[in-house]
Design a protein around this ligand. Structure first.
Ligand SMILES: C[S@@+](CC[C@H](N)C(=O)[O-])C[C@H]1O[C@@H](n2cnc3c(N)ncnc32)[C@H](O)[C@@H]1O
Length: 180
């Protein structure tokens, strides 16, 4: 996995088509990325590796739901992946991991940390409202802490398009609830 010239061209093309709201998100997260980069000294994999589950914690509940099906070699997408936190966990448990986010700065951090951690993850810059993945491509689509940032009807249409609808297919929301 990785990025080539076509990918770069797609990134530039989608950046020129952004709505006003999407541009605001890009601008805000360019600043925020500086803080994220400073926080990323060490990745803790307890949330996927520990047998003890913190059921009272929202993020841990989400992972308990995710890990209830084998993820090894399943194609999993984190939409609005930010600096890659969920992607690192998913790749660690053997998922074929993809992450996309509208912020080039956040994706840059995600790529740098993944490389440092030795994780093979396909990160791309794109808006959730206009995904470039094929139809029914992903076994699981994860939307974590992102729905309040996006145009929900357009994004949901895209999530439904790229998710398979058999096997462990699903769109998993912040709460650990399968919403499709
Ligand atoms: C609160 S962060 C959550 C990041 C990640 N999901 C996590 O839980 O760590 C929200 C992310 O949504 C991204 N974002 C905002 N609007 C977006 C859009 N329209 N399409 C894709 N990503 C978007 C931001 O760049 C930011 O990285």
């Amino acid at each position: 996995m990785g990025t080539g010239n076509n990918e770069k061209a797609n990134e530039i093309r989608s950046a020129t088509l952004l709505t006003e709201r999407q541009r605001r998100e890009v601008h805000f997260h360019a600043e925020y990325a500086i803080q994220c980069a400073a926080d990323y000294h060490r990745i803790d994999y307890d949330i996927v590796e520990s047998k003890k589950r913190r059921w009272w914690n929202q993020a841990w509940s989400m992972y308990t739901a995710l890990l209830s099906e084998p993820l090894v070699d399943k194609r999993v997408l984190a939409v609005g992946c930010g600096a890659g936190a969920d992607c690192f966990q998913l790749a660690k448990v053997g998922a074929l991991t993809y992450g996309c986010d509208i912020s080039p700065e956040m994706v840059e951090i995600a790529r740098t940390v993944a490389s440092r951690e030795g994780l093979d993850i396909d990160f791309r810059v794109m808006p959730a409202e206009l995904l470039t993945y094929p139809d029914r491509y992903f076994d699981v689509v994860l939307v974590h802490d992102i729905l309040h940032h996006v145009d929900i009807p357009r994004t949901l249409a895209e999530l439904l398009r790229v998710a398979k609808n058999s096997g462990v297919s699903g769109i998993l929301c912040d709460s650990g609830q399968l919403i499709y």
